[in-house]
Design a protein around this ligand. Structure first.
Ligand code: HEC
Length: 274
């Protein structure tokens, strides 16, 4: 009896060696994340000041298929987070087995080099002449608040190093000054037509009062119209002759002091600018 049981025990032992009759329990599955280290590298595009146009691009290693999360939000398949404003963001990556990387913190700060730059622009202009019409106006720009300025008078289409624009016709100029970083200050600058000299304007005002609708507002008596200021300049000798020397114009003669007003202008050079 004892021999038999020893024999069967040996048989069992041998069978066990051959067929591996271990106790049939289910071992807990090994954690797939054990030993897995995912590191992430985040590159950023800074947003423009005041805008949400920044982005963060995440690269996870080792190579694999990942999804990505920003600020603990839902995981997405794209590794690019866009439309971001300035601020601090937390980024995570997760692989196909659900293993997460450590959290990476990314701070987006504004890219605008013009932050805090306050350019002031002071224009000085000279007139464009009127009689004859001459494109000899000028704009001189003085800029401060930064450095490396260039200057434009056409709204920023073209820039020049000189702060002086000359040979300008009367009109409005969309002036822009730009510093070394491209920070700009814009301003509309008016080059005025020369308003005329004091003596000229005294004569013109006298004529508007005394020559009236016969020669102004389209009035064309004797084929003479003075609406255009330059016609007064061009006909200075006829005005002098008829109003001062001869005294037959206007039909009701001018007073002595009114004649003197014309004489003063004639003696000064009878120009628009006198
Ligand atoms: C009531 C209308 C009237 C008024 C006011 C008048 N004129 Fe005349 N003007 C005429 C008429 C009409 C003629 C054409 C006949 C002539 O030459 O006398 C004329 C002609 C002229 C001529 C062109 C003839 C030339 O000799 O070269 C001049 C210059 C002139 N006027 C200047 C003046 C001035 C300057 C004034 C104002 C200070 C003036 N007139 C006021 C009616 C007027």
């Amino acid at each position: 009896m004892k021999k038999i049981s020893l024999l069967s025990a040996m048989f069992l032992f041998a069978t066990c060696i051959i067929f591996s009759c271990k106790k049939d329990t289910v071992a807990p599955p090994a954690n797939p994340c054990t030993g897995v280290v995912i590191s992430i590298n985040a590159s950023q595009t800074a947003p423009t000041t005041g805008q949400s146009n920044g982005s963060i691009t995440v690269t996870a290693t080792p190579n694999g298929t990942y999804t990505y999360s920003i600020n603990s939000g839902a995981y997405q398949s794209s590794n690019i987070f866009s439309n971001l404003a300035t601020g601090t963001y937390t980024i995570k990556a997760k692989n196909a087995d659900g293993c997460e990387s450590a959290v990476s913190t990314v701070t987006l700060s504004s890219s605008n080099p013009c932050n805090g730059i306050n350019i002031t622009l002071t224009p000085v202009t000279t007139f464009a002449d009127v009689c004859p019409t001459t494109n000899n106006g000028s704009i001189t720009l003085t800029a401060s608040g930064s450095n490396g300025f260039t200057y434009s008078k056409d709204g920023g289409t073209t820039f020049q190093a000189s702060n002086v624009f000359s040979n300008l016709a009367a009109g409005n100029y969309p002036v822009v000054v730009k510093d070394v970083n491209g920070c700009t200050k814009s301003q509309s600058v008016t080059v005025s037509a020369n308003p005329g000299g004091v003596k000229f304007n005294l004569v013109r005002n006298l004529m508007i009062a005394k020559c009236g609708s016969c020669h102004f507002n389209g009035g064309n008596n004797g084929s003479v119209n003075f609406d255009d200021k330059c016609n007064i300049v061009n006909q200075w000798d006829r005005i002098n002759f008829r109003c001062v020397v001869q005294g037959t114009m206007p039909p009701t003669p001018l007073s002595t002091s009114e004649k003197q007003t014309i004489t003063d202008w004639v003696n000064a050079g009878h120009r628009y600018i006198d």
